[in-house]
Design a binder for this molecule. Structure first.
Ligand code: ZN
Length: 418
């Protein structure tokens, strides 16, 4: 713990350096180069590879994409124990961040990290560059204390977590395996016991364009979109009712959230709009069948369109273009959970709280498709996906200590000189 303390200022500086990269989707490559250099400097084997769609599109958990992966690089650094004896570990984090939104809403520019009052500000500071750098810092602390892990530790810096999860899936497809996985997402020092699934879709509607002077003869695609959005809202309400049957979500106020995240349409204020398109996200409970949910979305949209005369013969198109994520419940993981809970208690003096998350994480790939227990546990952060995103440094310090103790316990330790 004192070795974490000794390295903490350098850890925060490195996190800030990392936040400076505007690693939004499609723009992660330079941040990944930086990460690869950090790993090489620690003497690990570095595997820097592009996501190969052909290697993953047939796999369970794959999410469809309509963007290029020409510049979508994963970086995996492996510390190989000279005499492996303990249990191996994957530390995983995502490098991609969501767009900052309107610059004017940020007190300081989103990619100019700023430290004040015990917080580090910047897009991605919380979600989840602090966690990703904590993986390096925890291993540095073990080294600084004169030890090395007695089992292999694989650190994965992946892309595509915020939209598909295909980065983590590509790591799985390449064969990376370990006895447990830890993902330091910003979880307020809680453990995720259950996470919902997520579906992304885009709805494209057509209209009949006429001069507004004859608006009654046209069909307004934007107004029609309202009808469809209303119907999707009713679907959200219906799926939330099912929470009463779910042991992890029955006490969560509103686990299923529909978000209309983007909308565009029309060409001219005096022309009845010929088109409207919007992008949406909805969630599903663990155990809710993903394909059934997709069919239900299609059916709800088709039904709503039946109330709009023009759409009867011109039905809206539903395009699934991102997350097709199943829910995940952490099961059969008593040994790693107990080890993490012990580490957390040693550092904080409190029991480890467990939560049912209303967001998804990459844990599902390891847990559902790789049969590796995947623990999600990380520092307190605020305003992630909002503005003035920030990570709490006292919390980051505690989490880094807990991660270090967990690695020491899980992997075991050898002295640095063998
Ligand atoms: Zn995240």
């Amino acid at each position: 713990m004192s070795a974490v303390e000794d390295g903490f200022d350098a850890q925060v500086d490195l996190t800030a350096d990392f936040v400076r990269f505007p690693s939004t989707r499609g723009n992660e490559a330079t941040a990944q180069d930086f990460m690869a250099a950090q790993m090489r400097a620690r003497g690990w084997d570095v595997d820097r590879f592009r996501i190969d769609l052909d290697a993953i599109r047939h796999l369970p958990g794959f999410s469809p994409v309509h963007v290029s992966y020409d510049d979508a690089w994963n970086v995996v650094g492996t510390y190989r124990a000279p005499r492996p004896e303990g249990r191996s570990l994957i530390l995983n984090g995502h490098i991609d961040v969501v767009p900052p939104g309107p610059a004017g809403m940020w007190t300081h520019p989103a990619f100019h990290p700023h430290r004040s009052d015990g917080w580090l500000y910047g897009r991605g500071a919380g979600d989840m560059k602090a966690g990703l750098i904590a993986c390096l810092a925890a291993l540095d602390a073990i080294h600084r204390a004169g030890f090395q892990p007695a089992a292999d530790v694989i650190v994965q810096s992946v892309v595509e977590e915020e939209c598909t999860g295909n980065g983590a899936l590509a790591c799985l497809a390449k064969g990376y395996r370990a006895d447990a996985v830890l993902i330091p997402e910003p979880l307020h020092e809680c453990l995720i016991r259950a996470q919902i699934g997520v579906i992304w879709f885009r709805i494209e509607l057509q209209g009949l364009p006429v001069h507004v002077a004859q608006a009654g003869k046209g069909a307004n695609a934007i107004i029609a979109a309202y009808k469809v959005i209303e119907a999707l809202g009713a679907l959200e309400t219906k799926w939330n009712v099912a929470k009463s049957e779910d042991r992890h979500y029955k006490d969560v106020a509103h686990p299923i959230n529909l978000n209309i995240g983007k909308i565009e349409g029309g060409d001219w204020a005096s022309s009845v709009p010929a088109w409207c398109a919007f992008d949406a996200r909805i969630s599903i409970l663990p155990g809710q069948d993903l394909n059934d949910a997709k069919s239900e979305i299609e059916r709800i949209v088709a039904e709503a369109a039946r109330d709009v005369p023009f759409l009867v013969n011109n039905p809206p198109e539903v395009i699934f273009n991102g997350f097709e994520a199943e829910g995940y419940v952490l099961k059969d993981a008593e040994v790693p959970v107990t080890a993490l809970a012990q580490a957390h208690r040693t550092v904080s003096g409190h029991d480890l709280n467990e939560v049912a998350s209303t967001a998804t994480t990459d844990a599902r790939f390891f847990g559902l498709y790789g049969k590796m227990p995947a623990l999600v546990y990380g520092p307190a952060a605020e305003h992630v996906h909002g503005f003035d995103e920030r990570v709490n440094l006292a919390s980051l310090r505690n989490v880094t200590k807990a991660m270090t103790l967990f690695i020491a316990d899980w992997c075991g330790l050898h002295s640095k000189n063998g």
